[in-house]
Design a protein around this ligand. Structure first.
Ligand code: RB5
Length: 152
């Protein structure tokens, strides 16, 4: 099976972890677009969150990875967009559930919360776990219905 294409992005609080994630993705044979930021200079996380989300919504990539200091700001930004299911993951269990149960298309991590080894485990599991479908698909359908109601 072909590997999915990804977009990654961060603010300064997640920059170091994003660089590490980029290196892991290359090592594991994944293609990705790096939407910035590209230095440790302070920037505003919504500017980078929206770029990764846009790449998913316009079909350029299949899934995205966002990192800020806590992961909270990026989660708030990404989940503003209908069709985006962004999951802030702190460990292997939440990473697996975010794919199996929520079909998360954006993985969010906190660069000031988890260490590199934990991030690598989360990333690997999140990339390799499939959506379980069934009752979970029904629930995602209800989320899509909420999105339609909000936008009508
Ligand atoms: C930046 O200082 C910090 O607020 C940001 O990285 C993030 O944690 C926001 O949620």
């Amino acid at each position: 099976m072909d590997k999915i294409k990804l977009a990654i992005g961060s603010d300064h609080g997640g920059w170091e972890l994003k660089q590490y994630i980029g290196r892991l993705l290359t090592e594991w044979g994944y293609e990705y677009e790096d939407m910035g930021t590209s230095t440790a200079v302070a920037v505003d996380y919504p500017d980078y969150g929206r770029k990764v989300v846009a790449a998913i919504l316009n079909g350029q990539v299949e899934r995205g990875i966002l990192v800020c200091g806590t992961g909270i700001g990026m989660s708030i930004v990404a989940n503003k967009y209908p069709g985006i299911r962004a999951a802030l993951c702190h460990n292997e269990f939440t990473a697996r559930m975010s794919r199996e149960h929520n079909n998360a298309n954006v993985l969010v991590m906190g660069g000031r919360v988890i260490d590199q080894a934990t991030a690598a485990t989360i990333l690997r599991v999140w990339l390799e776990t499939e959506f379980a479908q069934g009752r979970h698909a029904l629930r995602l359908g209800k989320i899509a219905q909420i999105e339609r109601e909000i936008n009508s």
